[in-house]
Write a protein that binds this ligand. Structure first.
Ligand code: SF4
Ligand code: SF4
Length: 494
């Protein structure tokens, strides 16, 4: 691997910036005040990454090797014995590294450092960009540019992950993560010119990180902002097609630092802000209906993927549905399907049939639609009430803005529900299951309160006085509480 993320030398950066139409704009606005937290923290961080960004290729190479090791090595190792732990068995360690560490920690890191995972560490994005440099560099097709593509990609990966048993079987982990890596490389090989079409248009992880980066404490802001709001352009130094001078939103910025040059008058600079600031003022940061749709759908599908594993009612329903098929002489329902589609591991006493496959898909899709409908209703009620009480803009715009208030509660739910093993580490310091449940509950409560705070600020920006905001906040609060009730088994057990 020669260069995964080649950055021009500083002198060339000036020329590049001078020729990049997305960097030319209006007079400079001072972004850092001497002695401010931005000057104290953002300046040295920015200088560090600008100085060493060419060395990021080595970080990517190491991460690539680690990634392959974690997903492939367990395939060649013997089955771990019951008595083994993450400390003395690599297969168990690899599984924990993925679900107990990588998953929750990457999500939590978004709050503090935005999409630093993407720009600094992710081997998939780097491999995709490397393939792009060697590849065909075709025009990015409309189907890939469609804003729903990453949502579809997320749903497929999440559901396939459940039916193949990605959390339990090394083969499934290799299929899901290895398949995603191959798709990233293939997309990079085919589409875009020195860009990361995969990261911008199709990566299911990037989609999640992008939504939650909006509540993060980091942003890259234009030194000379140009009016008009965010637009998509391929004529830019940015690998994710951001028009640098018109950048307003965080979600597509993978923090590669390529547009940053402290010496230059144009480009972007790293800024710190209080977490949630972008969502509080979401109207100034290019709110997007697809993103809100994803927020509603994504939480539901993840919840479905958790609930079928723990709810006793799932098994009762499974028996009833299976019985119905048998009564119709549809015996294929009891047969097993291909192992790339469902878990077929007789050696581990787990063999899914078509009934299991359909039931898991049905439960996840059902949960997704139900939760999306509930959150749409609560958001619609809040938006309608906001309008009645003097909120500005159209119902649709208010709806989209208010949809973002669920970001914290959604993120906390995903971390607790799907990355709950992280909290198991607390057992090492002597905390019992009930204590761990309380920590999770406290964590969830923080997310809930944060969501309410965001709802309150969004309503304030819609023009509602303090006295009038409580009413539209009621449906918003109900939506957040319902999300919490859905994840109750993950927090406190069934
Ligand atoms: S968008 Fe996806 S592939 Fe790209 S850097 Fe982020 S996580 Fe990696
Ligand atoms: S906006 Fe700048 S830091 Fe963000 S992805 Fe684009 S080039 Fe990289």
């Amino acid at each position: 691997m020669r260069s995964l993320q080649k950055t021009p030398p500083p002198a060339a950066q000036h020329r590049l910036a001078a020729n990049d139409p997305t960097l030319q704009s209006t007079p400079r606005i001072p972004l850092r005040i001497e002695g401010s937290i931005n000057a104290k923290i953002a300046t040295p961080v920015e200088s560090f990454f600008v100085r060493y960004r060419e060395q990021l290729v080595w970080v990517h190479a190491v991460m690539f090797v680690l990634f392959l090791g974690v997903i492939l090595a367990p395939l060649f190792l013997p089955e771990p014995a019951q008595s083994t732990t993450i400390f003395n068995n690599f297969t168990r360690f690899a599984n924990y590294a993925m679900w107990g560490l990588w998953f929750p920690l990457v999500f939590m890191s978004v709050i503090f450092t935005g999409r630093s995972w993407c720009g600094v560490l992710c081997p998939m994005g780097a491999a995709s960009e490397w393939a792009n440099k060697k590849g065909l560099q075709r025009t990015i097709p409309p189907w890939l540019r469609w804003e729903g593509t990453p949502i579809v990609s997320f749903l497929i990966i999440t559901i396939l992950g459940q039916t193949t048993g990605v959390r339990d079987h090394p083969e499934a982990m290799a299929e899901i993560f290895g398949g995603t890596m191959l798709a990233a490389i293939l997309t990079g090989y085919l589409y875009g010119k020195n860009k990361r079409a995969w990261c911008r248009h199709a990566c299911p992880i990037g989609l999640l990180l992008g939504v939650f980066s909006r509540i993060g404490a980091v942003q890259f802001s234009p030194k000379r902002p140009k009016p008009g709001g965010d637009i998509y352009t391929e004529k830019t130094v940015c690998p994710t097609m951001i028009h640098i001078a018109r950048k307003e939103e965080s979600r597509h910025c993978i923090e590669c630092f390529r547009c940053v040059n402290p010496e230059a008058k144009g480009g972007l600079s790293l800024q710190l802000r209080h977490p949630g600031e972008e969502v509080e003022n979401i109207r100034k940061h290019n709110p997007n209906p697809y993103e809100v749709a994803f927020l509603f759908l994504g939480v539901g599908v993840a919840l479905g993927g958790f609930l079928w594993l723990v709810l006793p009612q799932y098994n009762e329903l499974r028996m009833a549905v299976g019985g119905w098929f048998i009564e119709q002489d549809q015996f294929w329902i009891g047969e097993s399907g291909p192992s790339w589609l469902m878990s077929v591991h007789p050696e581990r006493r787990e063999v899914f049939t078509w009934l299991d496959f359909l039931m898991i898909c049905g439960t996840m899709i059902g949960c997704m639609l139900l939760l999306a409908a509930i959150l749409s209703l609560t958001t619609a009620a809040a938006s309608w009430l906001s309008g009645k009480l003097g909120g500005d803009q159209s119902f649709r715009k208010r709806f989209i803005e208010l949809g973002y208030q669920y970001a914290p509660v959604a993120m906390v739910s995903l971390i607790i529900g799907l990355g709950g093993e992280l909290f198991d580490l607390l057992a090492l310091v002597g905390l019992e299951a009930s204590g761990i449940g309380l920590v999770k509950g406290g964590f969830f409560l923080l997310g809930l309160l944060w969501s309410i705070h965001l709802g309150n600020r969004i309503l304030a920006n819609q023009g509602l006085s303090v006295k009038r905001r409580w009413l539209p906040l009621i449906p918003s609060l109900s939506g957040s509480i319902l999300v919490g009730l859905g994840w109750w088994p993950a927090i406190f057990g069934v």
